[in-house]
Ligand binder design. Structure first.
Ligand code: FES
Ligand code: FES
Length: 152
């Protein structure tokens, strides 16, 4: 079936099969590989995108469901000439992890700061609790998001 949706501000069309996930459609049909497939079970947050302004795991959303809707992926967060404040802070603060988990952290943190620019530590941890890194601690990530919040 053919779907059309707005992705990162641009109207796009894709041919998808009935059981195909939004994640797959983004990566394989729309040339947007920023959202990662690390578990495909809604457990890791690597595939996080905003769908009509709500943070979702795109691996759990059917592409067919997003016909006529609006998605923002990690590729759509930065401006023309500048990184998103979360990307900037992660880069400067040494909070960039691997290419699988970082895109999801960026999208989830950007979503949090859009809703709450000055989150408490508990709110920050809660907001990022759906994003897993299997390898290391989260201190630099949390510090970077705090720094990004204070700049926005
Ligand atoms: S790939 Fe979607 S939550 Fe892990
Ligand atoms: S999963 Fe990305 S650095 Fe651990």
């Amino acid at each position: 079936m053919r779907i059309s949706l707005t992705v990162n501000g641009e109207l796009r069309e894709a041919d998808v099969w009935g059981g195909e996930s939004l994640l797959n459609a983004l990566r394989d049909r729309l040339d947007l590989p920023g959202s990662k497939n690390a578990c495909e079970q809604g457990e890791c947050g690597s595939c996080s995108v905003l769908l009509d302004g709500v943070l979702v795991c795109s691996c759990l959303v059917l592409a067919a469901q997003v016909d006529g809707h609006e998605a923002v992926t990690v590729e759509g967060l930065a401006g023309e000439d500048e990184l998103h404040p979360v990307q900037e802070a992660l880069t400067q603060g040494g909070g960039v992890q691997c290419g699988f988990c970082t895109p999801g952290f960026v999208v989830a943190a950007a979503d949090l700061l859009r809703r709450n620019p000055d989150p408490s530590d508990d709110e920050l941890r809660e907001a990022l609790s759906g994003n897993l890194c299997r390898c290391t601690g989260y201190q630099k990530i949390l510090a970077a998001v705090r720094a990004a919040g204070s700049r926005s």
